[in-house]
Design a binder for this molecule. Structure first.
Ligand code: NAD
Length: 497
């Protein structure tokens, strides 16, 4: 089946199991990045809608329908949801491609793998265990229980909405929480569809809700709501600061998956053809709109010139085109604003004296927010382009001479999300993996993802980890239970026991 991007679609929100418009009746438009035209409308939720959604999630959290489900039964619901996603892969992939301009070949791959996150997490639901504690007090025993936290606010950006939602919603529900989902105003469609599938899977009403709208209104109302007990946020650093302030009001727990300026380090002994392809994948896939974009290229001086030449040749052959076409290799930027950000970065890099090796302009296309793959040679790791996240198809390159120099430059960044190491020297690969400050290290590969592997950042790239075996524990509270084993009466009330 093929969706018609030209037919205007209208979506609703799901609050407490009811499909609804905003109480105000207001809607907002979502634009197709390949055409710049309106393709869908969504309810513009205000504080009243958010209050209804959080109330519904809070009621569902305390309902016997949800609380009496065994962890195994919760796992079965998640498995069913994974099956339904698998059955609807093509529709979801097309919707996401139309909504955020991502290549259909990438959305098919991402949505095709999505059920694995639900299956893996479903299996964890009944393996959330407590511990008995080996106390230093002979007349006491103590054990721990892991309990769900409560209402979770999941705040999602536009670049990979389904994937970034799956790694929050699956563990949150597996642990017994309830969720209010807030998609990006630029890419809400697939998350609304996901909630429909959750309903079909039999997940009780109010357990998974979705409110659509803008960050400063809908998002801020949700993250500052007193009944929200945890905020799982993925997005930019500036927004994260607002979210941290909101969380402070109510002491809500917080996980932050933010941006990056991830280094790709190519040593002279690397398989250079693989490294070229890995670097193209890292910075030009998804038009660079990826949190793990390998945007800082550190290349050993002995291979620097031939490597940059080969990279520029390969990047110049990238087929830019309609993201819904099977043979396109790079689609548009997701928003006109993001295209303007890329153009500002390019202008500043030129003003700073960086040498343009490729791109640096929009391609000759009749419509849409496209930008060419762009490569700049920088003068210093301190350059603005080497330090700041573009979130677009712009690579900043610099040579290095020694491993120590490469390591120092790799770590000289506020960010620490991912890094690529390209070498055939196994000892060096492990040294770099140990010493580079980032949450993900890829050796002789890039952008590999698995339900079993955690993601998350160091420094300004955020805190908390998603995906992997510990992800479910991030959605639990640990409680310690003390039992007095003595049959003696408690005598002195004024001593510590
Ligand atoms: P963004 O920060 O602008 O928006 C993210 C979400 O926050 C959206 O849903 C938005 O509506 C909401 N929001 C905005 N203001 C808010 C407020 N005051 N209160 C509450 N919510 C608010 O990010 P974006 O432009 O959608 O995405 C790009 C950014 O996301 C980049 O920096 C990128 O690196 C980062 N990102 C990180 C990861 C990761 O896993 N580390 C993954 C994808 C994207």
């Amino acid at each position: 089946m093929s969706l018609q991007p030209d037919a205007l679609r209208s979506f609703q929100m799901c609050i407490g199991g009811e499909w609804t418009d905003a109480l105000s009746g207001n809607t907002f438009d979502s634009l197709n990045p390949a055409t710049g035209q309106v393709w869908a409308q969504f309810p513009d939720a205000d504080e009243r809608d958010v209050n209804c959604a959080v109330d519904a999630a809070h009621t569902a959290f305390h309902s016997s329908e949800w609380r009496s489900l065994t962890p195994t039964a919760r796992g079965k619901l998640l498995r069913k949801l994974g099956d339904l996603i698998a059955e609807n892969t093509e529709t979801l992939a097309q919707l996401e491609s139309i909504d955020n301009g991502k290549l259909i070949r990438e959305t098919r791959g991402q949505v095709g793998y999505l059920p694995e996150f639900f299956y893996y997490t479903a299996g964890l639901a009944d393996k959330i265990e407590g511990e008995t504690l080996p106390l230093d007090k002979p007349d006491m025993m103590a054990y721990t229980i892991r309990e769900p936290i409560g209402v979770i606010a999941a705040i999602i950006p536009w670049n990979s909405p389904l994937y970034l939602t799956a790694i929050k919603v699956a563990p949150a529900l597996a642990a017994g929480n309830t969720v209010v989902l807030k998609p990006s105003e630029h890419a809400s469609a697939t998350l609304v569809e996901l909630v429909k599938l959750a309903e079909q899977a039999g997940i009780p009403k109010g357990v998974l809700n979705v409110v659509t709208g803008f960050g400063p209104s809908t998002g801020a109302a949700l993250t500052s709501h007193p009944l929200v007990r945890k905020i799982a946020f993925t997005g930019g650093a500036a927004t994260a600061r607002h979210v941290i302030r909101s969380s402070a009001e109510n002491f809500a727990r917080l996980s932050l998956e933010l941006g990056g300026k991830s280094p790709q380090i190519v040593f002279a002994d690397a398989d250079l053809e693989s490294a070229v392809n890995g670097i193209v994948a890292g910075i030009f896939a998804a038009s660079g709109q990826s949190c793990v974009a390998g945007s800082r290229l550190l290349i050993h001086k002995d291979v620097y010139e031939p490597f940059i030449t080969a990279l520029a040749e390969r990047a110049a052959r990238i087929k830019i085109g309609n993201p819904q076409a099977d043979d396109s290799e790079m689609g548009p930027m997701a928003t006109a604003a993001q295209l303007a950000v890329v153009e500002d970065f390019v202008a500043r890099a030129k003003a700073d004296g960086a040498r343009l090796r490729l791109g640096g302009k929009r391609p000759d296309m009749a419509q849409g927010w496209y930008y060419e793959p762009t490569i700049f040679e920088c003068n210093s790791n301190a350059d603005y382009l080497m330090q700041e996240e573009v979130f677009g198809p712009v690579a900043a390159v610099i040579p290095f001479e020694t491993e120590e120099e490469a390591l120092a430059m790799a770590n000289d960044s506020n960010y620490g999300l991912a890094a690529g190491i390209w070498t055939r020297d196994i000892a060096r690969a492990h040294r770099m993996a140990r010493d580079v400050h980032s949450g993900i290290i890829w050796v002789n590969t890039y952008r590999a993802v698995s339900a079993m592997a955690s993601i998350g950042g160091f420094k300004h790239s955020g805190y908390g980890r998603e995906s992997g075996i510990d992800s479910v524990l991030e959605y639990t509270e640990r409680k310690t239970v003390w039992i007095n084993l003595s049959s003696e009466p408690m005598a002195d009330p004024f001593v510590m026991r």
